[in-house]
Design a protein around this ligand. Sequence first.
Ligand code: FES
Length: 269
Amino acid sequence: MSAPVGAGVRNAARARIAARTLRTDRWWQTPALTVLGLVAFIVYATVRSFARTAYWVDDYHYLTPFYSPCVSASCLPGSSHFGVWVGELPRWIPLAFVSLPFLLLFRLTCYYYRKAYYRSFWLSPPACGVAEPHRTYTGETRFPLIVQNAHRYFFYIGFVISLVNTYDAILAFHSPSGFGFGLGNVILVVNVILLWGYTLSCHSCRHVTGGRLKHFSKHPVRYKLWTYISKLNARHMQFAWITLGTLVLTDFYIMLVASGTISDLRFIG
Ligand code: FES
């Protein structure tokens, strides 16, 4: 679809180029891979979040992040690390109803993911030097996209949820005889470290630590934190993708152990 003259990229002030793009390389590859990766994650996470099966290993206290925190009477005994807050939930409400909506909003409003899905799903534009199909551009100045500006608040909630995931990973050093340690622990701990990498490398986190400071020299601690977070921030895209992978891997491993398909590889206990 090409926009009529006078609108969008056909604006009279722009160069008159009839072709949608003059690029001859495979510019469509990155958007296509992004769509595939994000859709695969969304399908897996949705199916697992509503499945209500194989999410808790009682012997080793492994709880998949897709069910954390589990705070209803529908949760399996032992899996409610933060107590039971509500009664039985209907099947259409995921057991992690406290965290999942905010995790979704945290990722949906993330600066990196915005770039990814604006380009790949909305094609606005799909790549540098490739015209977008839309006639007008209002950016993030109107509803619903103006909600993107609330990202910093979802970051605060994401920070708390990372603390919850950390607590789950610590409680998982368990066996029927007391302390225990297995391959599941390695997977849970690596996942949590990378989730912290994603959370702390957030652009809002960088702003919270060092933003709006006029004199770094007067705030040496915040300046130090800002320099560390700035280094992580440069890797934010990588953390965004890697954590999608580790979340799936962690959930999948716990599902296999919880369902009895495989046994956890135990080192202690
Ligand atoms: Fe990506 Fe905040 S989580 S920018």
